[in-house]
Design a protein around this ligand. Structure first.
Ligand SMILES: Nc1ncnc2c1ncn2[C@@H]1O[C@H](COP(=O)(O)OP(=O)(O)OP(=O)(O)O)[C@@H](O)[C@H]1O
Ligand SMILES: [Mg+2]
Length: 239
């Protein structure tokens, strides 16, 4: 059974095809990595799938339902949730309040929303910042907050856009472990990332994009040995 089917997805901006005929089938428990050079169209692909942008062409079927053209909030309510490359929490609000706003979408009472938000904050190990102003968090904390706000919507599929970017190497390993744990608990993930060690540590399959198009798709270790992928993205020094 596939959870997500993307067929012929294309997005044209004036004079530029940012996403060019992408086809994906994502399994119900899958962790799919998405890589490619800057400007390859990865974020645009996520924006279309999650409803922030309408596609120029193509179809998106999620959990058996055609969601093509649905607005982002409706897509999120259906269980397809993304994080943003640039984090944008409400900076003058606490971590708890930021997450509780997201929890409130599913939990009517303020008390239930806060209780649920606390569970999510614990899941991403942000407990010690629970009452801190979000604007005061270090990058690693902001990344976890962005993840918490997405998890608070109880996704059936989570799209992560560079959640490791800006982290120093010592901060990456615990984040990778956290993502591995979420996936092990049953959460399917699509994961845009430039750090190949992390991509290979987590991904069951890999989509390589280049100039909007699908350069390769399949087993991560096979894909990263593909001559075309090495030439277009990884570089000859990649071993
Ligand atoms: N709203 C827009 N209007 C016009 N062009 C856009 C728009 N959004 C993105 N683009 C262009 O589409 C292309 C793909 O951009 P996108 O942000 O999807 O790349 P990316 O693979 O996520 O890159 P990065 O790794 O740097 O985040 C780029 O050339 C970008 O300039
Ligand atoms: Mg991007």
């Amino acid at each position: 059974m596939s959870l997500l089917q993307v067929e012929g997805l294309t997005k044209r901006f004036a004079g530029l095809t940012a996403v060019d005929d992408i086809n994906i089938e994502l399994g119900e428990r899958e962790f799919l990595g998405v890589v490619g050079p800057n400007g390859a169209g990865k974020t645009t692909l996520f924006s279309i799938i999650s409803g922030q942008l309408a596609p120029s062409e193509g179809r998106i079927v999620f959990d058996g339902v055609d969601i093509t053209g649905w607005p982002a909030d409706k897509v999120a309510r259906a269980g397809l949730v993304r994080t943003f490359q640039l984090m944008r929490p409400f900076e003058s609000m606490s971590v708890l309040d930021n997450v509780a706003i997201a929890s409130h979408r599913l939990h009517r009472s303020r008390r239930d929303a806060r209780r649920h938000a606390l569970e999510v904050i614990e899941r991403v190990q942000l407990e010690r910042y629970v009452h801190a102003m979000s604007g005061s968090l270090p990058t690693a904390g902001l990344k976890r907050l962005e993840l918490a706000r997405a998890l608070a919507l109880e996704p059936k599929l989570l799209l992560l856009d560079e959640v490791l970017a800006g982290l120093v190497p010592a901060e990456r390993a615990p984040m990778i472990e956290l993502l591995r744990g979420l996936h092990a608990d049953g959460l399917p993930v699509m994961f845009i990332e430039h750090i190949m060690a992390a991509v290979l540590a987590l991904s069951e399959r890999l989509l390589v994009m280049h100039e909007g198009a699908q350069l390769a798709f399949g087993d991560p270790h096979e894909v990263t040995r593909d001559k075309v992928v090495v030439e277009a993205y990884l570089g000859e020094d990649y071993a």
